[in-house]
Design a binder for this molecule. Structure first.
Ligand code: IPM
Ligand code: MG
Length: 356
């Protein structure tokens, strides 16, 4: 199969972790006889520095022209600590999601037997947890207008907006995932307070009738946040709006034991994007210590979701599992044991993929 990738490494540890995911991707393509080509482009703070905007038109054109996008992370402390910056790296990520029409962010949460002890939660609570969080990605308070400050600067406002159409497509997608899994869907909202959430619930309750084979439950987001760590095994597919999904998935990462483990797929109208859920971890940039697994697992999702290449994805998953078992891991999960560099852990996985 011909595979044409856009590689957007971004800022901070982005280039280091994407390099490993790309090497693994190359190894898997070689092994299975796929014809891989790729081009790199700028996004985030590095794009602002180079050309003045965080998601340049050339980057968008490359994404549109590619079969999938492999994405690292964006953000630097200079911007994080400067709330009055007019242009922000995050705007690049949001512009990319919006312009590519990536309305669904799929974040699978699974545990790894060899990492169970790393979770701050009790082992018997997290063992066997396996659910998918589907986060709406192009609507809600992230994109709603108006947004800004009053003239005197004393008041600021954001607006949460959702249309029936936006809710419907993500709810339907969530049902299709539930049908392929354990037939349970949890719709998370704040319908006791927010108008947008009441619309979510109304639309979901209408669509629910079309899927009698799926058990649907509705949870308020505060309750969901509690249950997520109190009893993660009760979830199968969870669907929620943009900001709730952002927050709940960082919370869910503690189940896995490290934020450095969770991959994601953003899908929608144009080219799909595969990215770790963690940020750019600027303190670690250039030190070759960041955990590359979330990005490598995002490459596995890419083979599966973007190309339907299940065996290729599995090859990567087996290699990642083997690296965990053999403890070829970066310092965030090594604990008191020996830790490996980003590049060493990546190379081990790459070689394991080639050798399988
Ligand atoms: C994520 C990140 C982004 C988000 C930031 C970097 C804008 O936290 O992908 O979860 O909030 O969506
Ligand atoms: Mg986030």
């Amino acid at each position: 199969m011909k595979i044409k990738l856009a590689v957007l490494s971004g800022d901070g540890i982005g280039p280091e972790i994407v390099a490993q995911a790309l090497n693994v991707t190359k190894a898997v393509c070689k092994k299975f006889g796929h014809d891989l080509s790729y081009k790199e482009a700028l996004v985030g703070a590095c794009a602002i520095d180079a050309v003045g905007v965080p998601y340049p038109a050339e980057t968008h054109a490359l994404c549109m022209d590619s079969d999938a996008v492999l994405f690292g992370a964006i953000g630097t402390p200079e911007y994080d600590n400067n709330p009055s910056a007019k242009i922000r790296p995050e705007q690049g990520l949001l512009a990319m999601r919006k312009q590519l029409g990536l309305y669904a962010n799929i974040r699978p949460i699974t545990t790894f037997p060899s990492l169970l002890h790393k979770s701050p939660l009790r082992q018997d609570l997290v063992e066997g947890s396996d659910f998918i969080c589907i986060r709406e990605l192009t609507g809600g308070i992230y994109f709603g207008r108006p947004q800004g400050r009053s003239e005197d600067g004393e008041t600021a406002y954001d607006t949460c907006v959702y249309t029936v159409e936006e809710i419907e497509r993500i709810i339907r997608l969530a049902y299709s995932y539930a049908q392929k899994r354990r037939h349970k869907l949890t719709v998370v909202d704040k319908a006791n307070v927010l108008c947008t959430s009441r619309l979510w619930r109304q639309v979901a309750q209408r669509i629910e009738k079309e899927f009698p084979d799926v058990e649907t439950e509705y949870l308020f987001v505060d309750n969901a946040a509690m249950q997520l760590i109190q009893c993660p095994k009760r979830f199968d597919v969870m669907v929620t709006e943009n900001m709730f999904g952002d927050i709940l998935t960082d919370e869910a990462s503690v189940i896995t034991g490290s934020l450095g483990m969770l991959p994601s797929a953003s899908i929608g109208i144009h080219t799909s994007v595969f990215e770790p859920i963690h940020g750019s971890y600027p303190q670690a940039a250039g030190k070759d210590i960041a955990n590359p697994l979330a990005t490598i697992l995002s490459a596995a999702l890419m083979f599966e979701y973007a190309f339907g290449l299940i065996e290729e994805g599995l090859t990567i998953r087996r290699a990642v599992n083997a690296s965990l078992k053999e403890k070829i891991v970066t310092e965030d999960i090594a604990g008191d044991g020996k830790s490996y560099k980003t590049s060493e852990a990546g190379k081990w996985i790459e070689d394991y993929c080639s050798g399988q």
